[in-house]
Ligand binder design. Sequence first.
Ligand SMILES: [Fe+2]
Length: 211
Amino acid sequence: MNANSSVKRYDFFPTPVYAFQMSDEHRKQWLESTYALAKAHPKSPAVPLFRGHKVQADLFTIPEFATFKSAVQDKAQTIAQDLKVDLNRMDLTLDHAWANINGKGDFNEYHSHPNCDFSGVYYLKSMPSLGSIRFRDPREPVALRTLLLKERNLFTQDVAFPPVQGMMYIFPAWLMHQVDPNPVDFDRISLSFNISFKIKQELQGTIQKDF
Ligand SMILES: [Fe+2]
C-alpha cells in the first residue's frame, strides 16, 4: 500500500512461515547419524495418511545431534525475537525431534502438531523436485470464496515450498500441512521438530495477556 495513501491496512491474522538457509557445516555428520539411527529403529507398520520411515527416537537427546539441537535453539530464538515473545516471562522448550526417510511414493497427508507452539522441518538430503511441503490457509471461511490473484499474497489458500536441501522451515504447529509424495527413487530425508514457549513456573496462574 502506498506510504502516502489515506488508507491503512491492518494485517491482524497473518500466519508466518519462516525459511532459514542453514549452514552446511554439520549436514554430512547428521546424515550419517540419521542412517545409523534408522538401522537401529526400523520402519513401523503402515498407518493411514502417512507413508515413509519415521525414525522413532528423540534427536534432541542424542549426542550426535547436539549441534542440530543448538541450531534449532538459535532459530527459535530468532523467531521469539521477531514475534516479540516475552522471554522474561516464557521459557523456550525444545520438545522433540525425529527423522523422516521418504523413498519413492512416500508422503504425509494433511495434519498439524498438537501440544506445542511451533514445528519445523530441515531438509537433510533432498532435491527441489522430490515433493513439496504444502500449507493450507487456516482461516476456513476464506475457502468459501475464490479471489483470482495476480501474485501470491495474504489471500493465497495453498502454499507449497519445495524440499530444498539445507533449508529449514518453521511454522505454527497448528498450521495444517502435508508432504507431497516423493516421485523418484532417491531418499528425501528431513529432520522434524516441535518447540514450545511455556509460562515460567513461578508466574503460572498470575499472568494476564497484554496483547
Ligand atoms: Fe508435520
